[in-house]
Design a protein around this ligand. Structure first.
Ligand SMILES: Cc1ncc(COP(=O)(O)O)c(C=O)c1O
Length: 402
């Protein structure tokens, strides 16, 4: 699935397993965890060399740490970027990137279908700070692109989008969007959390920045929070020295180490998640109690063609629309293996009802405008035995008043 090379001629899996090798004086197979807040210097001359950038070194762990740097470099190679900078969470990365873009009087552009936390950040922080924000509805197809071109022509500090989007699984054609942004000199940032670098590499399709919640598939075990942004050297240098360092939402070395461990099995896990999600998507699609299945791996999904072009697999996330919130909630209550909870990308399958959980804070009309209908249920399909997952869903559907 993830065999193409994304950096220096090595395959994705080799980079994922070996990461940034070398440098450890004891030749340890796994990288050491540098649990230190600060670094010392043998002389003031070394201080000058490190601070001037003449010699590589670390000064204080908020602005850089060797274990965190291994994770950042591994991510840069996996995404085909020059550099990466890690954050304490996905929201740490998103807020830093958006604040770094801010230019007085220049609007921000966003895809309409976005993670609820990003939407909250826009409404609770960007707009009160005086930002103008415009949303592009990529569901409109060619119409979206002509609206986007008009908005880009009027000037924008950046376009931020998600594909596949959370929780509606909307797809955006990255190559076409990146080409349009480039024509108008507007940077494009892509939240690649749902796909992971094993399935999609936005930088290789022309985006300027790629962002992940490492909490999800990268860490892959539901035991940490983390985030990362990858892109060109200059953009990342500025993010590291200004927003990451001064807002201070940087990653702990322990979490960087755990994420590096998770990344070793990323491609294998994404393949297994995708296979199970497709099985469940087909099962839901064949059941009369389900109004609609949102899974890009199904041939009738509007983004199916885009998936085949720009992704190496269809992913582990799927959403299902029931007739009402009551039916959706009753279905969730009947599940035994798939557990109720927000978050995603873990070995354990999780299910959430956006109207009651992730999107509870939005008024119903805003939820509707985001495509979050009251009967929508989102599943993060885990790594349990496929037969058990199918039986769990079948049992929950059977006897459900539809
Ligand atoms: C697509 C997407 N982006 C960003 C985030 C935020 O990540 P974190 O919870 O690590 O801050 C999430 C969390 O669910 C997400 O689903």
């Amino acid at each position: 699935m993830a065999e193409e090379t994304t950096g220096e001629g090595r395959g994705f899996d080799t980079i994922a397993v070996h990461g940034e090798e070398g440098g450890d004086p004891f030749r340890a197979l796994t990288p050491p965890i540098y649990m230190t807040s600060t670094y010392t210097f043998p002389s003031m001359e070394t201080v000058d060399r490190v601070l001037s950038g003449e010699e590589e070194g670390f000064v204080y762990s908020r602005s850089g740490n060797p274990t965190v740097r291994q994770f950042e470099r591994t991510m840069a190679r996996l995404e085909g970027g020059e550099e990466g900078v890690a954050f304490a969470s996905g929201m740490g990365a998103i807020s830093a990137v958006l604040l770094s873009w801010q230019k007085k009087g220049t609007p921000f552009l966003f895809s309409r279908h976005l993670y609820s936390g990003t939407r909250h950040f826009i409404e609770s922080m960007l707009i009160p700070l005086g930002a103008t924000v415009r949303f592009v509805d990529f569901r409109q197809g060619p119409e979206a692109f002509s609206r986007l071109a008009e908005a880009l022509d009027e000037g924008a500090c950046g376009l931020f989008l998600e594909t596949p989007s959370n929780p509606t699984l909307d797809l955006v054609d990255l190559e076409a969007t990146a080409a349009l942004c480039r024509r108008y000199g507007v940077p494009l940032a892509v939240d690649n959390t749902f796909a992971s670098p094993a399935l999609q590499n936005p930088l290789l399709l022309g985006a300027d920045l790629v962002i992940h919640s490492a909490t999800k598939y990268l860490g892959g075990h539901g035991d940490l929070l983390g985030g990362v942004a990858v892109g060109g050297r200059e953009a990342i240098k500025s993010l590291r020295s200004v927003e990451a360092s001064l807002l201070g939402a940087t990653l702990s070395p322990m979490n960087a180490w755990l994420i590096l461990r998770g990344i070793k099995t990323l491609a294998l896990r994404m393949e297994a998640h995708s296979r199970r999600a497709l099985l469940l998507a087909r099962l839901f699609a064949g059941n009369g109690k389900v109004v609609r299945v949102l899974y890009p791996g199904l041939s009738d999904h509007p983004g199916h063609g885009i998936v085949l072009r720009q992704m190496k697999g269809t992913g582990g996330m799927l959403s299902v629309l029931f007739r009402s919130a009551e039916t959706a909630r009753a279905f969730m209550d009947r599940l035994r293996i798939i557990r109720i909870g927000v978050s995603l990308g873990d070995p354990a399958s999780l299910v959430e009802h956006p109207a009651s959980m992730s999107h509870r804070g939005f008024p119903p009309e805003v939820r509707r405008s985001l495509g979050v209908e009251e009967g929508l249920v989102r599943l993060s399909v885990g790594l349990e035995s496929p037969d058990d997952l199918c039986r769990d869903v079948e049992a929950a559907l059977s006897g459900l008043k539809g």
